[in-house]
Design a protein around this ligand. Sequence first.
Ligand code: NOJ
Ligand code: CA
Length: 680
Amino acid sequence: MKHLLASIALTALATPLAAAEVASPDGRLVVEMNVDGGGVPFYRVLRDGEEVIAESDLGFTFSDAQTMRRNFVVESEARASHDGTWEQPWGERRFVRDNHNELSVTFRESRDNSDRALTVRMRVFDDGIGFRYELPENPAQPVYNIAEELTEFHIAKPGTAWWIPSGDWNRYEMVYQETPVDAVSVAHTPITMRLEDGTHLSFHEAALVDYSGMWLRRMEGQRFRAMLAPSSRGAKVVRTGAFNTPWRTIRIGDAASDLVESDIDLNLNEPNKLGDVSWVEPAKYIGIWWGMISNRWTWGTSERHGATTARAKKYIDFAAEHGFRGVLIEGWNIGWDGNWFDNGREFSFTQDYPDFDLEEVAAYAKSKGVRIVGHHETSGNIANYEKQLGDGLDLYESLGIDWIKTGYVADAGGIVTCNADISVPCDEDTELFEWHDGQRQVQHHQLVIEEAAKRKIAINPHEPVKDTGLRRTYPNWVAREGARGQEYNAWGPFNNGPEHDPTLVYTRMLSGPMDYTPGVLDLKGENDVPIASTLAKQLGLYLAIYSPIQMAADFIESLAAHPKELEFIKAVPADWAESKLIAGEVGDYAIFARKDRNSEDWYLGGVNDATERTLELPLDTLEPGVTYTATVWKDGPDATYLTEKRHEIAYETLTLTAEDSYTVRLAPGGGFAMRLVPRE
Ligand code: NOJ
Ligand code: CA
């Protein structure tokens, strides 16, 4: 039957085949799939009848088999539609609608000596598309050794792109570049674009499981091609038998808010596999952290050692007094002395330093109703970590520690492993080096998440692989870093620049929650270097950069010295019923309205770039007919990130309803935050 269909399709090749088409539920997006004259499968995306993605090729090359590209015919097509709503255990919004039309096209190779097939499953939503390859089991190619994916993204019109380079030493921790689309080189995803006709696009991937992360390499003009993160084993991806690739996603909208509010990547992930996850509690935390980052304390042994029993108790007292759930403690375990970021071989995940007693501190925390946030820095040595993973997790579990921040500080391409088989013991002579987003590291993250879930522990990796929506499947994957965080502000004046935060909202944040660590209220890093932020912006960050675990990153003395700001940080939720971007442009500013998941309160606020601006904000997201008491933290009249006036903040209390608007001045490098509580 297969062959009959193939030959029918082959005959049809002489005359052009009618393209298979699928439209979004609202009809505005149409995707075509077909093969070209050479039998190369391709797709094309139209919006309101105009091309957004021009003909873009699909296919693979292998390290040990013929390229899958030419000589394909359309063998069959299948259609489906879905409209449903699912509930998130925590997140930016409680309910997520998944409304899409689906078209799967199976392409079959028509060479004499081969019998290979390739299915492309395409889902079209009102706010974008996602497609993946499905490769069947094939006795002639039992193992797919993928050298490269040939997926193209041919952007039909010129525009501007916001992006960071991939394959660079610093992983994802770079300031974003804003360039013409045709000046991008090789970029990480999400990469965001605004075309000259105003169309907003963002390219990313969903459900990156047992595969290499996708980079986008510009081939010529506005034509990009997937480039998979390399592997030390030759083929970039090795898969046995039938498998599906991650989904390649394109968010498409008229406005920046369409990108920010889109849930297509979550919708393309598998539902929760962990069952009851009520033990994953969104909350806020403080930590023994900024002291080491800003070089006042040390991770390792010294007179300035940060993680001492005495200091931990002081932080626990502060957390208990102010209602913070967690206290992060870094540098408690043996292995930090010397050049800890060099190889990670010395890290123990069970032994504490002599001046720190983990059992005593955990018992003290328990007596105060506070949770320790555990820490596992690996310096990218996953061989060493995987050997101790069970013991390290067991220890934390036994002490009631249910969040762990992990870390993979190593140059990109410097993850130390030994063998694809993680059970094989390894030493220096057998070390292999992998990428933070190569298949081996993707497998590693999954192992950690699954082992942690067995022990009801939530994980927050720094220097991670990028987020691709897997929190839907594994809701204990609460946040990650995966971008340039607040920590850079400790290391040089204006290190992140005022536009960094409003750029993150439209780029990195499209992939999922980030542990950005807001709340450095004294606005100073190492040697008192200034941060490119006003005081109000540090509060606005809690609304602009979502995470279910939000840190108040500053020293507790500094938090205590800002009682009014601390009042906001204590109140602001880390879990929302609804989230809307009510004003914003990519890279310029971002103002959100978010509704608390556990009360009727709303919060408004966000962050600005270097340009002073006054915004009149609509309040029509509020509940109609309800009168709110609004408390505002905003930039003082002369506030600017450029001078000591960055500390100038103003407060006001207002009465507001959904029919009102609210006018606010955002300082250069400024921001604001507002809490709206319904009147009795
Ligand atoms: C880099 C992380 O981003 C930071 O948060 C952490 O404190 C250090 N690595 C040490 O693990
Ligand atoms: Ca980092």
